[in-house]
Design a protein around this ligand. Structure first.
Ligand code: CTP
Ligand code: ZN
Length: 145
């Protein structure tokens, strides 16, 4: 599928197929006045599929949250129609107010003012633990706050 090149902005590439729409919504790209594209199920590599998001505008993206959603993403920074930087993402050591602890006995369930903090405990398994109660959470599958 052919989608035009962008002039100045970001191309978020190698998104796990099916996850592009979540990132599109998280970045609130349905409400923006500039050109954006969500391309889904693009053939990639060995019979795999990926999603791509093109954003023709310079926007701020929290790369730690993006890495938490999908650490295999590459972000291409485009200036004057050329890719000037490729940013590889990784799972962040810590996420704050991105996911909610499911444990009903966790302090975050009763105290609404304290932040929801999770620490990476197993990079291979993409496993995070709640800072307060150690409830485990697997990155890349869940709901956002
Ligand atoms: N791209 C774009 N507009 C530009 C330049 C690049 O939309 N002005 C897109 C390309 O279509 C591609 C992505 O940005 O989807 C990365 O571009 P490039 O690095 O040129 O492609 P590849 O070398 O194929 O990237 P990779 O090896 O990371 O897959
Ligand atoms: Zn907890």
């Amino acid at each position: 599928m052919n989608v035009q090149k962008i002039k100045d902005g970001l191309v978020i590439d190698h998104i796990r197929a099916g996850t592009g729409i979540r990132i599109f919504n998280w970045l609130k790209l349905d409400k923006v006045p500039f050109s954006v594209a969500l391309i889904m199920n693009v053939p990639s590599g060995h019979l795999g599929k990926k999603d791509i998001i093109k954003i023709d505008n310079v926007i701020d993206v929290d790369y730690s949250v993006l890495g938490f959603i999908d650490p295999d993403i590459t972000v291409n920074v485009v200036e004057e129609e050329h890719v000037v930087r490729k940013i590889s993402l990784t799972l962040p050591e810590r996420v704050e107010n991105v996911i909610k602890c499911r444990n009903p006995r966790c302090i975050t369930s009763s105290e609404t003012t304290i932040p929801h903090v999770f620490q990476l405990v197993d990079r291979k398994r993409a496993e995070y633990a709640c800072q307060y109660c150690d409830e485990l959470y697997r990155a890349g599958i869940g709901e956002f706050l």
